[in-house]
Design a protein around this ligand. Structure first.
Ligand code: FAD
Length: 398
């Protein structure tokens, strides 16, 4: 029969791989395993919190991918027998493969925050995996009285979407400014610095000076959380700061999705990969991409995952057809909305190279929005991000 490609994870990385391979080689047997019937994008979910887009705008189904001829299976991949080359699904199905692609995204390390848990996330949402959690956070913001306190706890590095917590600060603050202007938003950050910091700090001040308070860790104080109490809303930092939040958005530390660990692809929290094609350095015939992978200087973003997916698809197509391979080209841009008509971005191209004597994806031609840019440029960047969103969504979901 025809060669079998199984893809686990129908998000930014996995859905792209599945549809690109099937479109290029309709005779290949391509199966996409995805737990959920529809996918709500984390990207632009902050804009949903800010009221700039609707929940429907950020939710997409698998109809087009399935119409292409990809077998879309809505089930949970429980385990992989990498010797027998079989994926085992919770529902009992066994899927043999010639090539396996894992793009399962992240798993939250709930216990990285004392007092936090999967259950606690029902009271103090993380909203770092989009869907019900995102709706819950928005509902809590909407239910809060004017004059309430929102606390956002950012995660330690490395994590999904480096600018994400700071865009979220802006979008929550935008909502508060327009609907509940007496409210406050406090950031507790276990880190000393963050992505696009200059432009973000300027934006916080320009738009939300009365609302946002930023607490970054420094030599004196650590703003890592040492305790949360989901029932009372109490939050404590290592520096001894105590707050009682009306709405707490706790984003814990993260690691590669469980199936990547089960498949033996992880080293510690994340999965090392070969920079020329995102194949696992640990398991043969398996690729790991997107957030779950170690891609050195490439950040964990949907743009990165989609870019890596095209490299993976090309590599698999070349291998199965025994054709020549070409040097890969990777790219990323992360846009962030500071306010309506005020957008910033950061990005680079990436190529296989070396870092600290090891094979790595290395950035070149990088760029980042700076403080003090003209209003017109910021508006252009904001508009550009909407073009990017519709473009990438049709690329991912076909
Ligand atoms: P995902 O897109 O998470 O897809 C993984 C999929 O695998 C999920 O659908 C999951 O259900 C499924 N899955 C996992 N395990 C299994 C299993 N065992 N069996 C079956 N299915 C499974 N990126 C940008 O580029 N731009 C942005 O502006 C941006 N903004 C963001 C804002 C926020 C608030 C957050 C949290 C993230 C943002 N990101 C952004 C990051 C982006 O969402 C992720 O980097 C991207 O989704 C990663 O793609 P992935 O394929 O690795 O994982």
């Amino acid at each position: 029969g025809s060669a079998k490609v199984v893809v686990v994870g129908g998000g930014a990385g996995g859905a792209t791989v599945a549809n690109k391979i099937k479109a290029a080689a309709p005779n290949l047997d391509v199966t996409l395993v995805e737990a959920n019937p529809a996918f709500t994008t984390c990207f632009f979910s902050n804009l949903y919190l800010g009221g700039l887009v609707s929940f429907d705008d950020i939710t997409h189904d698998y109809k087009n991918i399935s119409d292409l001829g990809v077998k879309v299976v809505h089930d949970w991949a429980e385990d992989v027998d990498t010797a027998a080359k079989v994926v085992k699904l919770k529902g009992g199905t066994q899927l043999p493969y010639d090539r396996l692609v894992l793009s399962p995204g992240i798993e939250l390390k709930y216990d990285s925050v004392p007092g936090y848990s999967k259950e606690a996330a029902e009271l103090m949402p993380h909203a770092w995996q989009a869907g019900a959690q995102t709706k819950l956070l928005k509902a809590k913001l909407e239910a809060m009285d004017d004059g309430g306190l929102v606390v956002l706890a950012a995660p330690p590095n490395p994590y999904r979407c480096p600018p994400g917590p700071y865009e979220r600060m802006c979008m929550i603050a935008h909502y508060l400014k327009t609907a509940k202007p007496k409210s406050k938003l406090i950031l507790f950050d276990p880190k000393t610095k963050f992505s696009k910091q200059g432009a973000f700090m300027e934006g916080f001040k320009a738009h939300y000076a009365d609302i946002i308070e930023v607490n970054l860790t420094d030599e004196i104080d650590s703003y890592a959380l040492t305790r949360v109490d989901p029932k009372t809303g109490e939050i404590e930092t290592a520096s001894g700061r105590k707050e009682k939040a009306d709405v707490a958005n706790i984003v814990p530390a993260q690691r590669a999705g469980l199936i990547a660990h089960r498949a033996g692809c992880a080293e510690g929290d994340w999965c090392p990969t070969n920079p020329e094609n995102m194949s696992s350095t640990k398991v043969e015939n398996v690729y790991v991409l997107g957030d779950a992978s170690v891609a050195t200087e490439m950040p964990k973003s949907a743009f990165s995952a989609n870019s890596q997916a095209k490299v993976v698809a090309a590599d698999i197509l070349a291998e199965l057809a025994e054709k020549k391979k070409f040097p890969p080209r990777f790219r990323n841009t992360c846009w962030s909305a500071i306010a309506p008509k005020d957008g910033i971005k950061v990005g680079a191209n990436y190529t296989p190279g070396e870092k600290e004597g090891k094979p790595a994806l290395v950035a070149k031609d990088s760029f980042v929005s700076k403080p003090g840019e003209p209003v017109g440029l910021r508006e252009e960047t904001f508009t550009e991000s909407f073009g990017w969103y519709s473009g990438i969504v049709s690329d991912i979901f076909a």
